[in-house]
Design a protein around this ligand. Sequence first.
Ligand code: BG6
Length: 465
Amino acid sequence: MSEKKVYRFPEGFLWGSSTSGPQSEGIVAGDGKTRSNWDAWYQQEPERFFDQVGPEQTSTFYQHYQEDIQLLKETGHTVFRTSIQWSRLMVDGVGQVNEKAVAFYRQVFQGIVAQGIKLIVNLYHFDLPYALQEKGGWENKETVYAYERYARTCFDLFGDIVDTWITFNEPIVPVECGYLGDYHLPGVIDAKAAALVAYHTQLASSLAVKVCHELHPEHRICIVLNLTPAYPRSDSKEDQDAARIAELFQMKSFLDPSVLGSYPTELVDILKRHAILPPATEEELRIIKENTVDFLGVNYYQPIRVQARSKQPSPDEPLTPHYYFEPYDMPGKKINPHRGWEIYEKGIYDIGINLKEQYGNIEWLVTENGMGVEGEDKFRKQGVIQDDYRIAFIEDHLIELHKAIEEGANCKGYLLWTFIDCWSWLNAYKNRYGLIELNLETQERIIKKSGHWFKKLSENNGFER
Ligand code: BG6
């Protein structure tokens, strides 16, 4: 039998998980929360949400946070990321501060820090106050300045407890899903609006970095990006071009301005060619240039595989990034059948090396990685879900991450998505990602096999395989 290899991570490596306010807190009568885009959408079209479970029923963290913080300890967390809900903290995103929200978040943050767990707080996880959505959302520059005021309010209110911040989670997702698809509000296909929304979001992120550094120079702030490397079908020039352009849209549109302070010239040229380059003032571009992030959060679930288009775009086809490439469905790829996402562990290694070589070896954390599985009840033995597939999924990715770190990648921690099964947008509770099972009827929490395993992983700062 071959000998086991030990995968030990650098000293101080952080182990934990991520969640978000909208996906975990839930809504309680009298809590003072105002409507977000998700609350409003669910009211309008509940049938779009899996089993018609909406955002008010998310994992009751608002009531159970003390118990949940204990569970973080029991599952070996040394780091935890969650987000503030803008629509909970400020009436309709621009009005008065909700004192109940302030008290809630302060208690949560203090409770986490008191356990010796490193806390990372995100300001925005897809959840725009609906009142701002009604005024044009991120197409309207007023939203940028409303967000800046909201960020400042958060730094003021919680800066004595929180010292590590995130401006946005996966800002490309609302662009792709809301302006180039139909999975987030407003659900339109409009490339010009998509480019404008992306630009305004980047400007808002850079402004938050600026304000954070001004108010608390000792604090650190990052942006969380879902960096999905684009792999070409072949090494033909056409397929390589397709992959390069796919990465320009999907990855570099936020990575370059956030880390390097400027947009890739090729992306700017493409947007100009289609007459959809957002109008940017010199002052705004200077803000982006001067306010790059201190470190980076990387969410990695799946790669994209692309090939050159087989047919010319039709003149009537609305402009989307697929004007330049088409997806490549690689035969034999490993797949998570519940989510339909490819599993390609090496992607995490490639990201680490890319950040090292092209982005000044910026410090980064894996801020999400995980496996959503439907119907986990069938894996229950003696009351506990035996999620060996999740353990294998995490180990497989950690092996690739370990290799990247050995080769000099500057990764400082691994945060799983997520600690307790949580509500997930249109998928609601279809796929479960947690180290801890959530019983939707009783709200009882039971640690899965992976949760016990994760504690050992954290205590040993690695694993053997
Ligand atoms: C990430 C998001 O992209 O994917 C999370 O940041 C989300 O909010 C997670 O829950 C999993 O997505 P899904 O749709 O499989 O539940």
